[in-house]
Design a binder for this molecule. Structure first.
Ligand SMILES: [Zn+2]
Ligand SMILES: [Zn+2]
Length: 479
């Protein structure tokens, strides 16, 4: 590792308080998707303080922004997120469910850490560019609405990612590993049916039931399931039943649909078939409906070249070492959920040798912290969930890691994640991730041949062309 790179990574340790403080501040804000106004203000101020050139309301989204430093190519993006989840309010550091304010949001996906760790990386790369005098640009992206709203996909529609030579990101988790493989594409559309309300016994012949339309739409979609490819999924939630009175013909009712497929182009086609079923349901019931596009995300294109760069930096960066108090906290928390500590590690699902190795390292999945680096493993398999990082990955070579910020096997979107959000355990993982991302970006500035290889791989994988799941006239909606 050259001295300038070393100095840049050391900067993250020297300025650790800036980034852990930022993460804790965002943890306390805990704002929902596309409503992250306070968090955005905190970030914008911090970016300016750190000497980045800030663009606010990026892509026309109020809580979207970026901070840029440097000039010319390569232009490397580092993605940050900062939205929270509803109903997960929780006191920090407690080993039992204990809301700060019952029913309020909490950082149940660790995005307070995600954003601050990515900013730490961007600041370290900025220092490297300053010290080395190399040409190149680093851009930190404040990406809103990951949990709902698909901020990065809306930014993709606005052409934001096309200017990048590569992008990297990370996610807090319970294993130190390079994230590989793909995710499913997803699209959400809300159908609001309108009928004619009437007395259900007195004059039902006058009424036209919007709730019947919702029910018939759901029945139609059940039949559709037989005639779609096995990778597809369709989920729904009835968001308005038209009231609780059975003696009323319901004049309004609404259903929110989510379709998924392994490829975004297929998800778009499947969604159009669901639209047709809504039309059929309206026709059958004499009702009408209003269709509102909510959001959509593409599948993720992996980039094995970038994954290797990230892994090399994970190996070269010292892993966090934990105190007896941190182990005790992790042990206590691990008693509050079922599940093994290694199931979330990608290679375990696919490779028997990796499973055996990790089983030995974790004492059969019993150890409370996965305090090691998982073996390198790359694959193109689709994980069932969705992420708007996928939309970035269709427009520029993209790769991600996960770093240990909570005990082994902690379920996602849980109070346990929130309780860990301000812990020293989480801070250590965040700073580790920041150093790994910074190290990888610095390598890309120094090794144009690696960046070229990443681009060649990207060109192959994205040859079919990006189909943006966000409709042309759609606006981001905070549900
Ligand atoms: Zn999440
Ligand atoms: Zn997340």
């Amino acid at each position: 590792m050259n001295d300038l790179k070393k100095n840049a990574l050391n900067y993250i340790d020297e300025a650790a308080g800036v980034f852990t403080g930022l993460s804790d501040q965002i943890w306390a804000e805990a704002e929902l998707s596309l409503k992250e106004f306070h968090s955005t203000a905190v970030y914008v101020e911090k970016l300016k303080e750190l000497g980045f050139e800030v663009t606010e309301e990026l892509g026309g989204i109020k809580t979207s922004f970026c901070g840029s430093f440097g000039s010319g190519h390569p232009v490397i993006g580092i993605l940050g997120e900062f939205d929270a989840l509803d109903g997960l309010s929780q006191k920090a550091g407690s080993t039992e469910p204990d809301p700060l304010e019952a029913g309020k949001p909490g950082h149940g996906c660790g995005h307070n850490l995600l954003g601050a760790g990515s900013l730490a990386a961007a600041a370290a790369v900025k220092k490297y560019l300053e010290d080395s005098g190399l040409p190149g640009t680093v851009i930190f992206y404040g990406c809103p609405g990951e949990e709902g709203g698909a901020g990065k996909a809306f930014l993709a529609r606005e052409g934001v990612w096309k200017q990048l030579d590569a992008a990297v990101s990370w996610h807090p988790g319970s294993a130190n590993q390079v994230t590989t493989g793909s995710n499913t594409a997803s699209i959400q559309v809300l159908y609001k049916f309108k009928g004619i309300a009437a007395h259900a016994a007195g004059n039902p012949h006058i009424g036209r039931s919007a709730l019947d339309a919702v029910e018939l739409m759901n029945v139609g979609v059940q039949f559709l399931r037989e005639h779609m490819t096995p990778d597809c999924r369709i989920h729904y939630a009835i968001t308005d039943t038209g009231g609780i009175s059975p003696n009323v013909v319901q004049g309004s009712a609404a259903v929110l649909y989510m379709v998924r497929s392994n490829r975004v182009a297929e998800a778009v086609k499947l969604q159009a078939r669901v639209d047709d079923i809504a039309k059929g349901a309206a026709l059958m019931t004499g009702t009408s409906f209003e269709r509102t596009f909510i959001d959509g995300t593409a599948d993720t294109l992996p980039n094995y070249t970038l994954e290797k760069v990230l892994y090399a930096n994970m190996e070269a960066t010292g892993l966090p070492v934990y105190t007896p108090e941190e182990w005790a906290f992790a042990e206590a928390l691990k008693k509050t959920y079922p599940g093994s500590g290694i199931e979330g590690i990608t290679g375990v699902r696919h490779d028997e040798a990796i499973r055996e190795k990790l089983s030995a390292l974790t004492d059969g999945g019993k150890r409370a912290i996965n305090d090691f680096l998982a073996p390198h493993y790359s694959c193109g398999d689709h994980a069932p969930g969705s992420t708007d990082v996928g939309d970035v990955s269709w427009l520029t070579p993209t790769a991600q890691i996960s770093a240990v910020c909570w005990p082994a096997g902690v379920p996602g979107h849980s109070w346990q994640v929130v309780t860990c959000g301000k812990s020293s355990l989480a801070h250590k993982g965040m700073l580790y991730a920041g150093k790994v991302l910074a190290g990888a970006v610095i390598d890309l500035f120094n090794q144009p041949e690696v960046l070229d290889a990443a681009k060649a791989e990207f060109a192959k994988r994205s040859a079919s062309g990006y189909v943006c799941p966000i409709e042309p006239d759609a606006v981001p909606i905070a549900l």
